[in-house]
Design a protein around this ligand. Structure first.
Ligand SMILES: *Cc1c(COP(=O)(O)O)cnc(C)c1O
Length: 238
């Protein structure tokens, strides 16, 4: 299957899940998680009409930006972002989906201010309370959402989550549902219902995410095929 065929198949699945849930398929943004796939693969996805591409490693993103890999589609940063790399991502990525601490928000705001831009972000929620994952704990999220409102060079568009590895089919749904409730709550109480992005769901669970209210899904393997983690050029995780 080609990348274009895979994208068409994923779109069809998204449409079916959306219709089942009484939603319009056009409401859902498909982000191709293109990590460890080269510039040619990114271009193929863009030619096939992907809505955005998502990268999770700063070095790889910078390299592929230099190759014009993302021309024609918005770029999302979806990975763990270290504060000392913020200046490489702010302004380059249309959306930073993984703003997961107040320190990071402050650093993004400062860099955006320097560039004279407003950086769009999603607040990442560590919905499983996992030590190994970044993101705000659900308890601290309202405070973080309030803090982000006070930063003039940041615009929060919504929330993002990566739930724990599901045990069994549909195992992500309870986590998606919790994040959706947080999203609705913050949106009503603090953001005057201006938030429009709820980023949940990957290759294994994007249909469940759509049924649970996601407006953004991040799909890698189902579009680009299995990643080769043995590849020497990208073997150092950030
Ligand atoms: C890689 C990645 C995805 C996509 O994962 P697949 O299971 O390959 O679809 C989604 N979100 C983030 C943050 C990722 O790093």
């Amino acid at each position: 299957m080609s990348i274009a065929e895979n994208i068409a198949a994923v779109r069809e699945n998204i449409a079916r899940a959306a219709l089942e849930a009484g939603r319009r398929p056009e409401e859902i943004m498909l982000v191709g998680a293109s990590k460890m796939n080269d510039a040619a693969a990114c271009r193929e996805a863009i030619a096939a009409g992907i809505d955005a591409l998502g990268e999770n490693r700063v070095q790889e993103m910078t390299q592929k930006l230099a190759e014009n890999a993302y021309d024609g589609a918005p770029l999302h940063f979806i990975g763990h972002l270290q504060r000392n790399k913020v200046n490489k991502v702010v302004g380059s990525a249309a959306l930073i989906e993984s703003a997961g601490s107040n320190e990071l928000l402050r650093a993004i705001d400062a860099q955006a201010g320097k560039l004279g831009i407003v950086q769009e972000v999603l607040l990442e929620v560590n919905i499983g309370g996992e030590d190994a994952k970044s993101g705000f704990s659900p308890l601290l999220l309202p405070e973080a959402a309030e803090y982000a409102l006070s930063l003039g060079n940041i615009r929060v568009r919504g929330l993002m989550c990566i739930p724990p590895v599901a045990d069994g089919p549909h195992g992500s749904i309870p986590y998606f549902e919790k994040v959706r409730l947080l999203y609705v709550d913050i949106n009503e109480k603090m953001y005057h219902n201006k938030l429009d992005m709820l980023s949940m769901g990957m290759s294994g669970d994007y249909e469940d995410a759509v049924r649970t209210g996601a407006t953004v899904v991040r799909v890698g393997t189902a579009i680009f095929g299995r990643r080769n983690y043995g590849a020497p050029t990208h073997s150092i995780p950030e």
